[in-house]
Design a protein around this ligand. Structure first.
Ligand code: FES
Length: 151
């Protein structure tokens, strides 16, 4: 589903208008728009009859959701202890340099968002970089260009 085809009534119908499907619906919206636009959350609120404040609480609780516009591709660099000692800060610096943004920001062309995370639970293969859910193991600054070119 892409952002233009996003229809909240159709989406809610897919989940039988069940309030307990809120997270799944938010995931679908996040996937389509790369973030959760305020006006779309308003529609979800009306359609599922859930107060907007409750939806925003859920959206801010889970790190997978963003209330700010995000890039088409999400780059996440692990800077947890194990990855840190293997050079993750240099890898993160290199991504910042190549993308021309700081961690937590999105490129002007909305292509990439860059974030860091404390540990992804796969320390043995660090430094780990995840792009759109794809794991890149034992990364170094030399891999940054190669990884970005894939996307
Ligand atoms: S510290 Fe990076 S995966 Fe655990």
């Amino acid at each position: 589903m892409d952002a233009e085809k996003l229809n909240i009534k159709t989406l809610a119908a897919k989940y039988n208008y069940e309030k307990k499907a809120l997270i799944a619906i938010l995931q679908d919206i996040q996937e389509a728009c790369h973030y959760l636009p305020q006006e779309v959350l308003g529609e979800v609120s009306k359609t599922l009859d859930i107060p907007l404040i409750d939806i925003i609480s859920v959206a801010t609780f889970y790190k997978a959701f963003s209330l700010e516009p995000k890039g088409e591709h999400q780059v996440t660099v692990c800077v947890g202890t194990a990855c840190h000692i293997r050079g993750a800060p240099k890898v993160l610096d290199e991504f910042e340099k190549k993308l021309g943004i700081k961690t937590g920001q999105t490129t002007e062309d909305m292509k990439f968002s860059l974030d860091s995370v404390a540990c992804l639970g796969c320390c043995a293969i660090g430094p780990v970089v995840v792009v759109d859910g794809n794991y890149h193991a034992q990364t170094s600054i030399r891999d940054v260009d190669k990884i970005l070119k894939k996307y």
